[in-house]
Ligand binder design. Structure first.
Ligand code: SF4
Length: 249
């Protein structure tokens, strides 16, 4: 039996309003205001369904730096995918970013079915995105981090147009580790706190740091606790419906 989670639907309906309110606190300069406006230009047409009318080029481009992953989430098709495994060549990545910035893409989303932080050149990739005036959204399982990598991200030219999402799948260690298929909750939470601490230390206005939680039968009983755990700690707490199954075969 699938129990309808009322809090999820309430949360989803209020996403654009929450988005605006939560991101307003990042506005400190004209550049921040421009980033905020760029995000609204993407979010509002998505919510009201007029996306295609306004955009000649896609405002967001998804790039999968790697389809290798160090987890095996029960909700994710990564382990059953028969696509050859590999890491994207940095030269190909540069070519895509060069073209994307020319045609008017705003933002690069760095995830699909793989853990982007496993790519040896991920920090260079982020730097290249920023050098080209684009923003990024990195979603990670939060495992392959250390202080050097975190400082690398924070020094890649980030601002409040950028997002880093830590995928945390339960309010408890037991539920998270069960869903992710490996013992990782404590490491992920520690890495997230270190990320927040180093951002504070460097006094950088960005990236926006959020947790993302895919609601499923195995964790829906913990959704309220999850919101309590992370609200006020990270900049956003995002509840999501399901992981994309695109290109999963
Ligand atoms: S959801 Fe993310 S972390 Fe989990 S197996 Fe899929 S790609 Fe890896």
């Amino acid at each position: 039996m699938v129990v309808e989670d009322v809090s999820y639907h309430r949360h989803f309906r209020s996403v654009p309003i929450r988005f605006a309110i939560e991101e307003l606190k990042f506005l400190r300069s004209i550049k921040d205001l421009r980033n905020f406006y760029n995000k609204l230009k993407i979010v509002v047409p998505r919510v009201i369904g007029t996306f295609e009318t306004y955009y000649k080029a896609p405002p967001i481009l998804h790039i999968e730096p790697t389809n290798v992953c160090n987890a095996d989430c029960i909700c994710c098709p990564v382990s059953r995918s028969t696509r050859p495994r590999g890491h994207m060549e940095f030269s190909l990545f540069q070519k895509i970013i060069d073209e994307a910035s020319k045609i008017g893409v705003n933002s690069i989303f760095l995830f699909l079915h793989g853990e982007p932080m496993l790519h040896a050149k991920i920090i260079e990739m982020l730097r290249y995105i920023k050098m080209n005036g684009l923003s990024f959204h990195l979603t990670t399982n939060g495992i392959p981090f250390n202080e050097k990598k975190i400082r690398g991200i924070l020094r890649s030219g980030v601002d409040n147009g950028d997002h880093v999402s830590f995928s945390i799948q339960g309010a408890s260690e037991e539920v998270h580790d069960h869903i992710v298929g490996r013992k990782s909750y404590v490491k992920v939470v520690n890495n997230l706190h270190l990320f927040l601490e180093l951002r504070r230390e460097l006094n950088i206005n960005g990236p926006i740091i959020e947790t993302v939680h895919y609601i499923m039968p195995e964790n829906q009983h913990e959704t309220q606790k999850y919101l309590q755990n992370w609200t006020g700690i990270v900049d956003h707490v995002r509840l999501s419906g399901e992981i994309s199954q695109s290109f999963s075969e």
